[in-house]
Ligand binder design. Structure first.
Ligand code: SF4
Ligand code: SF4
Length: 151
């Protein structure tokens, strides 16, 4: 398969291994973590909450979409909390696709420069597990993760 044109710079694959530091979920920069309707339902079931209450407490509307609320002071995602195991995502098992696909986001993959500069925030970049171009592509497209069980 000729991946040369499709993957102009990462055709030899990339390395990434999450170190569970939580920096990608934290401020100081704000951001949007978009959630789809099925994901909201999954999070509601996981937290044993009604969808209405969940939306009111943890999501806000931006345009036509819903995004997760951030702590107003730190700009951390509200689901990044202190747990018995340390600081982590309290909805990890049902976290949205956008969180699952990190750091293989379109704008992080524009060039080696954008990838390496993302690595300044995410220490898991360029270390550990090897991802082939096909696996990276798979990650990027994995929007309906609950259907195929892929993480
Ligand atoms: S910043 Fe990177 S290493 Fe840290 S939790 Fe996020 S993905 Fe994992
Ligand atoms: S939902 Fe979880 S994984 Fe996603 S940004 Fe919030 S704390 Fe991080």
């Amino acid at each position: 398969m000729n991946l040369g044109n499709k993957f102009p710079w990462y055709s030899a694959g990339l390395h990434f291994e999450c170190l569970q530091c939580g920096r990608c979920c934290a401020g100081p920069e704000g951001g949007y973590i978009w959630v789809s309707r099925p994901e909201i339902r999954l999070i509601a079931d996981f937290l044993k909450m009604h969808v209405k209450e969940l939306k009111r407490k943890f999501f806000k509307r931006v345009g036509l979409r819903l995004t997760i609320v951030e702590d107003p002071h730190t700009l951390d995602c509200v689901f990044l909390q202190q747990t018995k195991q340390g600081r982590g995502c309290v909805i990890y098992e049902v976290r949205p696709a956008q969180c699952r696909n990190w750091p293989f986001w379109e704008h992080n993959l524009v060039s080696p420069g954008t990838w390496n500069s993302t690595g300044r925030k995410c220490p898991g970049i360029n270390r550990g597990r090897f991802y082939s171009p096909e696996q990276i592509q798979d990650k990027k497209k994995n929007k309906k993760w609950w259907r195929n069980g892929k993480t």
